[in-house]
Design a protein around this ligand. Sequence first.
Ligand SMILES: Cc1cc2nc3c(=O)[nH]c(=O)nc-3n(C[C@H](O)[C@H](O)[C@H](O)COP(=O)(O)O)c2cc1C
Length: 457
Amino acid sequence: MCFLKHHVPGSRASIYIHPLLAVITFFSEKEKCINIILFTLSLSQIHPLTDQLRLVREQARIMAENRTGTSLFSPCKMGKFSLSHRVVLAPMTRCRALNGIPGDALAEYYAQRSTPGGLLITEGALISPTAPGFPHVPGIYSEAQVEAWKKVVDAVHAKGSVIFCQLWHVGRASHQVYQPGGVPPISSTNKPISNRWRTLMPDGTYGIYPAPRALKTSEILELVEHYSQAALNAIRAGFDGVEIHGAHGYLIDQFLKNGINDRVDEYGGSIENRCRFMMQVIQAVVSAVGAERVAFRMSPAIDHLDATDSDPLNLGLSVIERINKLQLQVGSKLTYLHVTQPRYTASGQKESRRTGSEDEEAQMIRTWRRAYQGTFMCSGGYTRELGIQAVTEGDADLISYGRLFISNPDLVLRLKLNAPLNKYIRKTFYTQDPVVGYTDYPFLSKANGVQVPLSRL
Ligand SMILES: Cc1cc2nc3c(=O)[nH]c(=O)nc-3n(C[C@H](O)[C@H](O)[C@H](O)COP(=O)(O)O)c2cc1C
């Protein structure tokens, strides 16, 4: 008899499928024996086989969930925070903070996406006047900005969510139009981002990235200071913590990756040197606001904005090793480590050239997950099914959802109910209208065919 064998990733379960039979085998830790479940498939169920596979996988997932007791919708202790579920709003630049000041539209947008015990991460907030590379991005360096963020934070807290502010400097991913005095943007290097990438200009058109100016060694500590001041400002604005943006080809990543960093001072060359700026920033921010209010985001395996590295696996491990060591030194863990999956896509194109097969990439993330001594968050291309699978199988503690959260303000409820999802409209991702494509995506209602329970999550 011919059976197709499928291994259930991350578990000790296997599924054997034959046109008339499906067999699941799995090892029971409790009973210390192999269990076998046999399904007979009726003739009408023979096609398509993939449906059968999905059914059997779902059975296997439920078994794994029962084993660990952890699911996307189960509570999570994240440092001093007690989250009631694991669906996180990913940080997303939306260009609605006119002239860098977050207004009522942002308060409405973030409040819509809040749930009791949920976690939201803001869009990248600029740490200094040299930090922007997109139009109308909020800052967190001036008093006016701090005051304005308070309204957003209050609106989110009123709905019971925890909110972290993402600290952002784009480095060379900018243009003179965004720089004070119209000077070139700063970076670890003088090399510009290649023509493969385009920068969003203030009028909505796309331009070429200009050549940046490599920071002098003596200027770098001032940048570190801007991060720690921004963190203090965020806490003053009422944020529960800050996420340092060390990913996606922006300033910190421009130091980390050997495809960009060509420095010959103590910030370039060896991994130790390339991690120096990142570690100085993390240490300064931890000293300013305490490790339990600090998170870090990295994407070693993503080549967004030409951020390539010859050995992403080791780069990720080196970052993690240093953070683990710092956590031991200060006697407290960072709130979480946030890692972006290489499969993340943008603009309808593959944003990342794969560093290997999907299995190799999944393995790399698992290696980092095992190495990191703390709460581990993953982002990038997660569907409901993939998020449930990752958490149930222990590959992540938290999943941050980006594009699906743009178009589904009540994403947590929809995922929980397995309700239909609104489609996102890409052309309004970075526009300035305070409502259209921002706060006008519909919530579930009877009108769209779904019975909404009275008690929201
Ligand atoms: C419109 C848009 C803006 C984004 N802005 C940021 C940002 O400011 N900071 C950041 O770390 N990631 C940013 N990202 C990446 C998201 O945080 C997330 O990792 C990505 O969308 C992949 O998740 P998804 O597949 O669930 O959308 C952005 C993504 C999108 C679509």
